[in-house]
Design a protein around this ligand. Structure first.
Ligand SMILES: Nc1ncnc2c1ncn2[C@@H]1O[C@H](COP(=O)(O)OP(=O)(O)OP(=O)(O)O)[C@@H](O)[C@H]1O
Length: 272
């Protein structure tokens, strides 16, 4: 299928709204399990990710956080030995159904990685990249400006849009990657440790930006940094060793009054 084909994900399907909380679920995993060869990296995991909120995934190294995140937009397809069981639904549709085009899916569910990875191209071309391959090339400059504004980078780069993205600072490069991810107008943004390679000032800017982005987008962030999860997320999922989702709920509850003793031990630094 070509890159410009109509997405086979039907985004007109209504997401489900929880009457008690008012949350609308946009991504839902249902007994989702992942194996790399014979090794199980994720135990069957069911979780409902609410729309236009920040959901943090925390837990010790190797507990399956990135594995879970990569299922949401099928980035695990790129790993030969990865095998997925169960379902993960975006607006009610299992993203692993045969008729789902992963490229179209990733337009709806963008991703930002740990290490800023701008293309060796100009700032403008970095942001315009996704627009061009989608054929959204009407008034590219206005769309580039809007994405850079939303990524809180415009004021710093507006006079040098033709310089290389690689000439920016680490924090600016990460905001450029966020601008690149939001330019095609996704609904969900996945972030895998987006600030862990940045200094404290750049980290704080990214955290402010994530909170701002959650007005318009659903954000799912993997972080090692518990304080960061507590500061910026609405919901927190705690994965523990063995790829097990141990508790998921409102961030305040998880950090102040978790139900599970192992989660309390992890949060209070007794292990992990
Ligand atoms: N490409 C891969 N091939 C084989 N095994 C993998 C692969 N990626 C991850 N794993 C294994 O799956 C398990 C979960 O890894 P994952 O990267 O999802 O954990 P994580 O919680 O994100 O870890 P970290 O916080 O260290 O990034 C680990 O045991 C890891 O070694």
């Amino acid at each position: 299928m070509s890159d410009t084909d109509t997405p086979s994900i039907d985004t007109s399907i209504d997401a489900e709204t929880d009457r008690a909380t008012g949350d609308t679920t946009v991504v839902e995993s249902d007994e989702l399990a992942v194996y790399y060869g014979d090794e199980q990296a994720l135990q069957p995991t069911s979780m409902e990710i609410p729309e236009k909120q920040v959901t943090a995934i925390i837990g010790p190294s190797g507990c399956g956080k990135s594995t879970y995140l990569r299922c949401i937009n099928r980035m695990n397809d790129l790993i030969d030995v990865a095998r997925v069981e169960g379902e993960i639904r975006f607006k009610g549709k299992n993203v692993y159904d045969e008729d789902v085009d992963p490229v179209a899916l990733r337009r709806k569910i963008g991703m930002v990685f740990q290490k800023p990875n701008p293309f060796p191209k100009s700032i403008r071309d970095n942001v315009a990249y996704g627009l061009k391959i989608q054929g959204k090339d009407d008034d590219v400059d206005a769309q580039v400006e809007q994405a850079l504004k939303r990524a809180a980078l415009w004021d710093e780069v507006k006079d040098k849009l033709d310089t290389s993205g690689l000439d920016l600072s680490g924090g600016q490069q990460q905001r450029l990657c966020i601008a690149r991810a939001i330019a095609p107008d996704p609904e969900v943004i996945l972030m895998d440790e987006p600030a862990s390679a940045l200094d404290p000032v750049a980290t704080s800017q990214i955290e402010d930006l994530i909170e701002e982005l959650s007005r318009d987008y659903t954000v799912v962030i993997v972080t090692h940094n518990m304080q960061q999860a507590a500061r910026i997320s609405d919901k927190t999922a705690v994965f523990l060793t063995g790829g097990e989702l141990v508790e998921f709920g409102n961030t305040n509850t998880i950090f102040e009054n978790p139900e599970n003793q192992r989660v309390e031990d992890y949060i209070t630094g007794k292990f992990g």
